[in-house]
Design a protein around this ligand. Structure first.
Ligand SMILES: C[S@@+](CC[C@H](N)C(=O)[O-])C[C@H]1O[C@@H](n2cnc3c(N)ncnc32)[C@H](O)[C@@H]1O
Length: 335
């Protein structure tokens, strides 16, 4: 059983993901005979065996979903042994490092393995991740999880301080990823690990001072195209709204049929974007700009002779999830 392939139903020994709510997702290793105590009541592992992944499970005091593990769900469910990288940054890292099936990647430190799982999934089935962690317990726990998740063929984890002892890899990697307090101290070793035809590097740092020192070392070691990105999440309110249809000339056949009277000299008044930004709601000054979820209102508009074009729109809300870190990318061209 693993993250590497999909199957239909749960078997004893599987690692499953239990979905309680959007903010509560937990992993569970199925052990026949054991019982999990939850806020929704007791769940017998044996009752989950044979159930199809994706099934809604009724519990004594509610319900949960039984999900197949994926690297994205693992990022939400992983037991935190360190700060971890989340899907927003991970997607940018995978894209910017140009990871694809068959890529060879070097990573330090492994931490809780959140990013490692996403990298392994991106480079499977023929690629490989060499990941390094100097904290003994974290190294052992991550190694155990890679085995349990069926990922052993695509990952090698090494217990080492890469800042002092380097990666000890010679021109095997397409990309290197660093999530370390002093990434600049292993950039020389990262360069040695990158393939002779060149490759990409990324360093994740929460502080701009670390970014600055990393950029200076990258430049000194011959990396080019240095680019710093910060990923921020922005939420949008999605809603149905309507605008008066602009009539630019002759009446259409439809208008003629409907005998709609439109005052062509009067300009069509549009709602401003500011209205939407300020309130997070669709603010309507004219009937046709009103939220047309309410079909009664819509009919009223039509009675007034305004022909409405209805559509789905989105406006940003004011809150924006805070900074997690800066991603510094660079390229090493052929050596
Ligand atoms: C923030 S965590 C990495 C989290 C990881 N990116 C994830 O998504 O789960 C940083 C890890 O780097 C490890 N580390 C720090 N310095 C190191 C070094 N010199 N060599 C190897 N590992 C190191 C720490 O023990 C820690 O587990």
């Amino acid at each position: 059983m693993g993250f590497s392939s999909y199957k239909k139903s749960v078997e004893n020994g599987d690692k499953v993901i239990l979905y309680f709510s959007p903010s509560h997702i937990a992993p569970l290793k199925i052990n026949l005979g054991q019982t999990l105590q939850t806020a929704y009541g007791a769940i017998k592992h044996g009752d989950l065996i044979g159930k199809n992944y994706g099934t809604k499970i009724n519990c004594p005091k509610g319900w949960i979903y039984l999900l197949h593990p994926t690297s994205e769900l693992w990022t939400q469910a992983v037991p935190h042994r360190t700060q971890i990288l989340y899907s927003t940054d991970i997607s940018m890292i995978v894209f910017q490092l140009e990871l694809t099936a068959g890529s060879v990647v070097v990573e330090a430190g492994t931490g809780s393995g959140s990013l490692s799982h996403a990298i392994i999934r991106s480079v499977m089935p023929t690629g490989h991740l060499f990941t390094f962690e100097f904290h003994k317990d974290r190294f052992e726990k991550a190694g155990q999880e890679f085995v349990e998740h069926g990922l052993s063929d695509n990952v090698t984890i090494t217990h080492r301080d890469v800042c002092n002892d380097g990666f000890q890899l010679n021109h095997v990697a397409d990309a290197v990823f660093l999530d370390l307090p002093s990434p600049w101290s292993c950039i020389e070793s990262a360069k040695q690990a990158i393939k002779l035809q060149g490759g990409r590097i990324c360093s994740f740092s929460p502080c701009i001072e670390q970014v600055s020192q990393t950029c200076a070392t990258l430049t000194e070691k011959g990396f080019q195209d240095i680019k710093i990105l910060e990923c921020l999440l922005r939420k949008f309110h999605v809603k149905h709204t309507g605008l008066p249809k602009a009539s630019l000339g002759e009446l259409t056949e439809l208008e003629k049929m409907q005998k709609v009277k439109i005052d062509r000299k009067k300009p069509i008044e549009m709602g401003t974007n500011d209205d939407m930004v300020e309130t997070g709601e669709s603010v309507a000054k004219k009937p046709c700009l009103e939220n047309t979820n309410n079909s009664g209102k819509n009919n009223k508009d039509k009675k007034k002779g305004q022909d409405c074009y209805e559509f789905v729109t989105a406006s940003p809300v004011q809150d924006m999830q805070g900074h997690t870190g800066f991603l510094t990318f660079a390229t090493l061209y052929g050596q």
